[in-house]
Write a protein that binds this ligand. Sequence first.
Ligand code: GLY
Ligand code: MN
Ligand code: MN
Length: 399
Amino acid sequence: MLVVAGDPIGIPGGQDQTYPFVAHPHYYWLSGCRRAGGVLAFDPDHGWSDFRNPISQGERVWEGADGEAGGLNVADLKAWLEKRSGRPLAVVGANHPEWKGDELLSQQVCREIQHLRRPKDAGEVALVARAVEASARGYAKLPEWIQPGTSEREIAIRLEAEFFLGGADCTGYGTIVGSGANSAVLHWPASGRRMAAGELVLIDAGGSLDGYTADITRVYPVDGEWSERQRDLHAILLQAQVNALNGCQVGVEWGDLHLNTARELAEGLGALGIMRCSADEAVESEAIALFFPHGLGHMLGLGVRDASGLAPGRHEVRTFAGARLRMDLPLQADYLVTVEPGLYFIPALLNDPKKRAQHQARVNWDQLEPWMELGGMRIEDNVLVTPQGPRNLTAAIPK
Ligand code: GLY
Ligand code: MN
Ligand code: MN
């Protein structure tokens, strides 16, 4: 088996510029090495061999690289493979420009490594906890920074600066700051828009440290005061989020947790006069996905999506209450997941004539107008599943 780190990707037209290099997580997780060009090779009869790209003179001159890369020279991988020719080969991680493995075997091994990476060890949890701590520093300042007239970008810049000052070495993903109607755009990158009194701002951001990241979402009223509609919707969402968080127990099916949350949100929307069918019907007909179109969360740790996906033996991507979940598996001890339900008024969904016709009797369409300008809300925590129950790593950041 070869586990491949990958190579830097050139920026189109950028001459010698590359995107920041991220070693394939399978490789980094197994080797602890974040350097490009490396390959871990495994032979069940001989164990592991660690092939690395030697440090070049260019790296010493331009980047101040020092010492040696360690391990074996990756140029010797060819001879290692030739000695084993004729035997089955799995190649996982990044694509290797030269070596291709047996396709089915490689896919199978890849799924198995993915599954092995799911439970987090104490060192990994400590890294995420440090990323959370750095992020919490920024979140603590948000109420002071969020003011009418402030731009989304100003908030993003200050927040990220605080993450970095707190020890993060990058952000785990593009910082989302969505004010007003932008709060209903699930992955809105902070823009120059200035927020106004009476609006909400949704912030989804996390610092990352040594490749391990936090992923946190909170919603704030721009002038510090919730309107009645905002408060009512937030209360429903928060209750469902807390229930989902408490539901993160060993053995619980993630899909069931999503369905319970969807049902609870549908009930809340019914109480607000937005939906007018039973919660069961809202879930079975998938009408709830008009307002909650994404999954309850995903695995977190080494990267923002970490080792989500399907439990061993599951191959079909299923939808739950109209959402495609990023993971379909039973929770196990030491899994680290995000719990991030949301409720949104998304014009592209709610003004779609086909969806309106399909769910004509399930939604109070003529009552939607005043809700549309509210945008949307999501609340996201990072939760470690333990045999003693869920441990919320982001509990110190007020919701
Ligand atoms: N931060 C993006 C997400 O939670 O999916
Ligand atoms: Mn997330
Ligand atoms: Mn997020």
